[in-house]
Write a protein that binds this ligand. Structure first.
Ligand SMILES: NC(=O)C1=CN([C@@H]2O[C@H](COP(=O)(O)OP(=O)(O)OC[C@H]3O[C@@H](n4cnc5c(N)ncnc54)[C@H](OP(=O)(O)O)[C@@H]3O)[C@@H](O)[C@H]2O)C=CC1
Ligand SMILES: O=C(O)C1=N[C@H](C(=O)O)C[C@H](O)C1
Length: 252
């Protein structure tokens, strides 16, 4: 039998972390060597011989966690949100000169969500209007969701490349927040509702028609194939990758 890959999970007591611990433990080719919570020392990762660190913590913790992993030569598979351009810039700098280390920042690990965002971005070339509605459980601390931000960025890039102008909007007076927030020129609306897990709709409008691209995660098990895909493939993707689509051959 080939050697098992040593994996550590940070945020192991959280909703996602607990699911990731189960997924790693159930995978014959992986070995869970550490499962850490907020008050555990990161030095445990070194002592445990972790090769890949999975970060599923909180936006204020994730950057320091990833920095520790990279500085100690460990790959990092990151699902935590909050990776804005400034943080990504610092991470890119950190990775320079550490050519063997890979970091995957994946705003969404659900394969259906990754596909939905890619399809929506491509479709947005052909529609006059586009807006995003993301819907999540009310215990989520950040808004808009990382997935919505990423989707808006992909849409914005596609529309720029296609020479599409901004979506039309005649609003001249509004109550704060009524039109959602602006992410790279795309309006994003956030719903927080008990009973939900993670959902997103991209609404695309043209004269006399609408296309809606919707993805639903009903359970956090939906994220686990993507987490495992990241863990298993990160060693062959050195440097920084943003989005699980970077590990897939979507051909779009
Ligand atoms: N990429 C994807 O597919 C997905 C990403 N997410 C993202 O993952 C993150 C976690 O989500 P979720 O599991 O729902 O959140 P939870 O609040 O349930 O879990 C976060 C956990 O991280 C712990 N934690 C905080 N800081 C540290 C630290 N420095 N080291 C170790 N553990 C720490 C928290 O501990 P304590 O409770 O003590 O604060 C908590 O147990 C969020 O950013 C969310 O947006 C969520 C779902 C899917
Ligand atoms: O907090 C969550 O639950 C989720 N967070 C990620 C995000 O912000 O996009 C991924 C998914 O939407 C679930």
């Amino acid at each position: 039998m080939t050697e098992q890959l040593a994996v550590a999970v940070l945020g192991a007591n959280g909703r996602m972390g607990a699911e990731a611990v189960k997924a790693v433990e159930a995978a014959a080719d992986l070995k869970l060597v550490a499962a850490l919570g907020r008050n555990d020392s990161l030095d445990t990762l070194v002592d445990a011989g972790a090769r890949v660190v999975v970060d599923l913590t909180v936006p204020e913790s994730t950057e320091a966690n990833v920095r520790f992993a990279v500085e100690h030569g460990m790959h990092a598979v990151v699902g935590t949100t909050g990776w804005d351009a400034e943080r990504l810039g610092r991470l890119q700098e950190l990775l320079t000169g550490r050519s063997g280390v890979g970091v995957l920042i994946a705003p969404n690990f659900a394969l259906g969500s990754v596909l939905a965002s890619a399809f929506a971005a491509r479709a947005s070339r052909y529609f006059e209007s586009v807006e995003i509605i993301e819907l999540h459980h009310p215990d989520k601390v950040d808004a808009p969701s990382g997935t919505a931000v990423r989707t808006a960025q992909l849409i914005s890039a596609e529309r720029d490349a296609a020479g599409r102008p901004a979506s039309p909007d005649a609003t001249t007076s509004e109550r704060p927040g009524a039109r959602g927030c602006d992410v790279d020129g795309v309006r994003v609306h956030s719903v927080r509702l008990r009973g939900l897990v993670a959902h997103q709709e991209v609404l695309l409008g043209g004269p006399g028609e609408q296309l809606t691209i919707r993805h639903d995660s009903f359970d956090r098990v939906s994220f686990m194939p993507g987490v495992l895909l990241g863990v298993r493939n990160i060693a062959s993707h050195p440097g920084l990758t943003v989005g699980l689509d970077g590990y897939l051959d979507l051909g779009l």
